[in-house]
Write a protein of this length. Structure first.
Length: 139
């Protein structure tokens, strides 16, 4: 979370992670579709090419509350079939994680492998599972 008292801005970034075809990008779009208030607001979504790895980046909420500008951004690694550097970029400076698990029985091993990979990323960035807010989403 980034807070600037000088500009009165609060910015939160949530990373969607999971195996390829688990539904990360679909989940982000579903959140937008659910909320009719968001449809009246500016919704920005882009496919960012960061260091040759495609990320789905969206800012789904820009509001003002008591003089503060509030921004919520969601980031998902597009087609995370392979564990690569793009997954690192999608986790950089996140404030929370939603792990989208593929609930098909034959995908259990892939889900576990990705969780081990997330643990490696956490160590690389100095994150701690006990301090990072996270949620499990079954698709």
């Amino acid at each position: 979370m980034r807070i600037s008292n000088q500009t009165k801005e609060l910015s939160v970034k949530i990373g969607y992670h999971g195996t390829g075809l688990a539904g990360k990008t679909t989940s982000v779009l579903y959140i937008y579709d659910l909320n009719s208030a968001l449809k009246e607001k500016e919704f920005r979504s882009t496919y960012c090419d960061m260091y040759g790895h495609q990320l789905f980046c969206s800012t789904i909420l820009k509001e003002e509350y008591k003089g503060w500008k509030i921004k919520l951004s969601l980031v998902a690694k597009v087609g995370a079939i392979y564990l690569n550097e793009g997954n690192y970029k999608a986790l950089e400076s996140v404030d929370g994680i939603i792990f989208v698990a593929d609930s098909q029985p034959d995908r259990m091993e892939a889900n576990l492998n990705y969780l081990y990979f997330l643990d490696d990323i956490f160590q690389r960035f100095g994150y701690n599972w006990e301090q990072m807010p996270y949620a499990l989403q079954l698709k």
